[in-house]
Design a protein around this ligand. Sequence first.
Ligand code: MN
Length: 318
Amino acid sequence: MNPTSSEAVAAALGRAESVTIVSHVRPDADTIGSALGLGSALRDSGKRVQCAFPGPERLPGPLRELPGTDLLVDAGSLERADVVVAVDAATAGRLGELEAVLAAAPVTICIDHHVSNPGFADLDLIDPESDCTTAIVLRVIDALGATLTVDIATCLYAGLITDTGSFKWARPASFAIAARLTEAGVDAARWSRTLLDSHPYRWLRMLSDVLESSVLDETACGGLGLVYAVVTADQMAEMNWDEAESVIDVVRTAREAEVAAVFKEVGSRRWAVSLRSKTVVDLVPIARSLGGGGHVRASGYSDTGTRDDVIARLRATL
Ligand SMILES: [Mn+2]
């Protein structure tokens, strides 16, 4: 890794006439908020800006309401840019087909907060002490001398509230940033509701089915306990893929288990797995050994095989 400062990143962006910002697969509010917030600030200062995220999953409905989505273009129709910035991606592989866009760029920048990120760009602005990537983007925007408009603040706030679980595990710096963003005019109640507290009714029925078949094993993980649940593709029929992302937030509340897992069937014999721990288990080495990464208390990875295969593989790793 080549550690860098927000000032160095701002200087590289300041020299560029065109900038492309790329988000990670299965895009969430932090990666899209980072892209649209930084993209809007750069566009306001006269740069040509394009943002994109890789497929196959579509943009979650709530994120389509964020300001600045007009910056988004199809992954396949990106123009060549002077600088390509990856946001909230712990590895270049998390950029899916857009990894090639990064590889072909004259100058690359990585802005991220995952402790597992080894650095993969010319300039790596990685801060694992930051609760979200949008908070690091705010530092870059300040270093650029750009104005914090309500639209930019809204995009940054989206990443802040989702990655801190509505400030449940927020560090002190995040409260100061929240004050600044809401003073800039963010409608905090609206965005909490839109991004965290709103589902189609059939989500409740899906959750009921999923919890019914959940498993608690208090002997797993050296006696610390494991709770897990499986979300099948059938259960997700007629719902957007992102409606499965919040299931882990219910499953992990089981008091008897230190570790929680949700196995999401994303294709034929293909799974996306979310992991959470409460107080002692470091999930980063576990997720890494399974090909993923993330944070100490929240990580994830992808796996292939039958439902029983992927469950057994995790259990053997714990
Ligand atoms: Mn993030």
